[in-house]
Every structure is written in structure tokens, then in C-alpha cells.
Design a protein around this ligand. Structure first.
Ligand SMILES: [Ca+2]
Ligand SMILES: [Ca+2]
Ligand SMILES: [Ca+2]
Ligand SMILES: [Ca+2]
Length: 377
């Protein structure tokens, strides 16, 4: 069986950091601190921050200013204020269940990213002492939330951004700049274990909790195993998150509430499994529309794509030269007549597909149907 390569394992090897020995110039390897102990310390620092800082202002564009409550000041702390709900999300990582605090300034009106999608965001990152270490200055920048990408971001981003929604694009200005409105905006307060942890980089000291204010403008759906099914459609339980439990450094004993969306239960989640149902036929092959099912067939338009979408999709009005209409979805196993009636169904005597096989509500898609060997013809 042709399984996806364990290419990311190499990325997991780094479990120690290097620092300078004070007595000589030889680098010395220092073991990382215990994640649970560090989280307890970080959480104390974050709670203290939330109790001793207040929201000075939030602009119409959701630019937020947070400042320390001055001595004797009557400002209401971030923890106690009620204008913007302070929320929490439980995040399991490195055998720690983190309680991540975040503020919702605006939920957004568009789509929520999956935790492996690409997002266009503006952000400002600061330390708990208020020092700003990085900012996109409200200009949209693109990042991959997928944690095993070379361009990936810290784990905390992948956990919090799916709680928000994108905005809508305004008409492009004459210079081609796209601006957005009604986008999701918030602030996340991340313990160092969901940030850079022991890796101090640039102006971020090792083991720093991080505060990010952010705006989620837009997203791009990705297909990490290239099987023609977007990651978002490989999120079987539709909770907005997919995980790879082969990464036992991050997920040594995942709680039952954390789900690997893994149809054939072979340990490789669907989004990186090129054969989701483990039947020996690649998902790519199983969701490729046969050439005689593309375009107009017997007076019925079957769509222009060579791949089936998860659900029928409508034409995108922003691309007038392309018709994305895709009225048929990924089929279930075929229920039409056998090639040769009276003979048993087999790889040489398959059933044909009926239109309902592509459209019936609740149908089990063939690439997720372990009982169906796709009939190679
Ligand atoms: Ca895929
Ligand atoms: Ca999921
Ligand atoms: Ca699998
Ligand atoms: Ca398969």
C-alpha cells in the first residue's frame, strides 16, 4: 500500500537548545524545561497580566491598545471587563492541557480556517511587559497554520484562528490593494509552550508567554496530501481541527475528546493519508471523475472539474471566465446495473453509477467506504 511518507519526523528531532557556557565559548546543550512546570509558571504570569492590564482603546478597525493599570488607577482589568468576552480554549500539547485565554473583538462573517489552512492576517506580537517584538503594521501577511510546514507558525495560532472567521474583500483600489471589512479580530495570550518555548529568537527571550492581537482577513484552503480532497473536507467530525498523532512528542497520550480524523484507523489521518479508506486504491483515483462524466453528458451538465468537490459548489461570481459549477459530489459506491447481469459484482463486472450515486444526501463517499474496492476499468 502506498502510504504517505513520514517526512515530518525529521522536524521533531530538536528537543534540546544550545546556549553559551559562561566559562568558555564552547556551546553547551541545555535540556528543555519540563513543560508542565513551565506552563504553571506561564499561566501565573498570564493571569497576573490579565488582572493588571486594561483595554485602553479599540478602534473601528479593531486596533487594540492594552496598557498597565497605573498605581491607584480605577481602570477595569482585562480579566474583569465585560465589553469583549475573555474566552478560553483547552489545548493539549506536549502532554499538557493548556487553558488558552483569548479575546474576541469581532467574530468575523466569512469562513473559519482549519488548523492546517493558510491564513492572511495582520498581527502585533508583544511580551507580557508590553514590549512589541513583531508587527505586520496592519498589512496582511500570509502564513500556513500547518505545523509541519517550513513556513509554519507557532502552535498557538493553529489552535486559536479556527475560532474566528474571515472578512469580506472590498473592491480592489486602483493600485490593486485589497482591503477587508467585517473580519475576525482578537487577542490571544499564549503560554510559551504554544509559542517558541525554549527557543529564544531575535528579541523574544526563551520561555516567553506571548500576546498577539490579530485580524483574520482571508484564508486559503489547502490539500496537504494532494488527493483532490481539501483538508477541510478531511475533517470528518467537522470540529475545525485535524491532528497527526504520529507526532508523539506533541501528542503522547491525546485525550478522548481530541480526534484524529482517520477513516481506516491506520494511524495516518485522512489529510495526510493518500488512501483514506485503506482499500489499496488511492483517494485521488477514487475521487477522479471518469472522463465520460465531465461536462455535458446526455444533456446534463456534470461540472467542469476533473475532481469531485465534497459537496456541490456554485459558480464563483468573481471569476466570470470560469464556470466552477459542480452539481455532482463525490459518489457513493455505484448502485446501477451490473456490466453483465447474472454474474457476481467484481472488479471485472462492476456496477455503473446512477445520477443519485453522486447526489444522494448522506451517501457514504467511496473514498471513505472501506467495504468497496473501486472497480478499476
Ligand atoms: Ca487531501
Ligand atoms: Ca476534526
Ligand atoms: Ca488513515
Ligand atoms: Ca482508497
Amino acid at each position: 500500500m502506498n502510504k504517505f511518507k513520514y517526512y515530518f519526523i525529521l522536524l521533531l528531532a530538536s528537543i534540546a537548545i544550545v546556549s553559551c557556557n559562561k566559562d568558555n565559548d564552547d556551546p553547551e546543550t541545555v535540556p528543555l524545561r519540563d513543560y508542565k512546570e513551565q506552563y504553571a509558571a506561564d499561566n501565573d504570569s498570564i493571569v497576573k497580566y490579565l488582572k493588571t492590564n486594561y483595554i485602553k482603546s479599540v478602534s473601528a478597525d479593531f486596533d487594540i491598545v492594552i496598557e498597565k493599570i497605573p498605581a491607584g488607577g480605577s481602570q477595569v482589568s482585562i480579566m474583569d471587563q465585560t465589553t469583549y468576552p475573555l474566552q478560553t480554549r483547552e489545548v493539549y500539547n506536549h502532554d499538557v492541557t493548556y487553558k488558552v485565554y483569548y479575546l474576541t473583538l469581532n467574530k468575523g462573517v466569512g469562513l473559519s480556517p482549519l488548523n492546517t489552512d493558510r491564513v492572511n492576517v495582520a498581527y502585533t506580537g508583544s511580551l507580557l511587559n508590553g514590549t512589541v517584538f513583531d508587527s505586520s503594521y496592519s498589512v496582511s501577511r500570509s502564513f500556513e497554520l500547518y505545523m509541519y510546514s517550513s513556513q509554519s507558525v507557532i502552535d498557538g495560532w493553529g489552535e486559536i484562528f479556527p475560532q474566528f472567521k474571515t472578512g469580506t474583500a472590498n473592491a480592489a483600489s486602483p493600485d490593486g490593494t485589497i482591503t477587508y471589512k467585517d473580519y475576525g479580530a482578537g487577542v490571544m495570550f499564549l503560554p510559551s509552550g504554544l509559542g517558541y518555548y525554549g527557543n529564544g529568537i531575535d528579541n523574544i527571550p526563551a520561555y516567553s508567554p506571548l500576546v498577539f492581537s490579530f485580524k483574520l482577513f482571508d484564508l486559503q484552503r489547502l490539500d496537504h496530501d494532494g488527493d483532490g480532497v481539501l483538508d477541510i473536507d478531511e475533517d470528518l467530525n467537522r470540529d475545525g481541527y485535524i491532528y497527526d498523532f504520529r507526532d508523539t512528542a506533541r501528542y503522547p497520550t491525546p485525550p478522548a475528546t481530541m480526534v484524529a480524523d482517520d477513516t481506516d484507523k491506520d494511524g495516518i489521518p485522512d489529510y495526510v493519508d493518500t488512501d483514506d479508506d485503506g482499500d489499496g486504491f488511492s483517494t485521488y483515483y477514487e475521487v477522479t471523475k471518469p472522463t465520460n462524466q465531465v461536462g455535458w453528458v446526455d444533456g446534463v451538465f456534470n461540472g467542469v472539474s476533473t475532481y469531485y468537490p465534497w459537496d456541490p459548489v456554485a459558480d464563483n461570481p468573481n471569476t466570470p471566465n470560469t464556470d466552477e459549477t459542480e452539481p455532482r459530489g463525490i459518489p457513493r459506491r455505484p448502485t446501477g446495473p451490473l456490466k453483465t447481469e447474472g454474474q457476481p459484482e467484481s472488479i471485472v463486472n462492476p456496477r455503473s453509477f446512477l445520477p443519485a450515486d453522486y447526489t444522494a444526501a448522506g451517501r457514504l463517499r467511496i473514498h471513505l467506504d472501506k467495504s468497496y474496492p473501486y472497480q478499476k476499468q
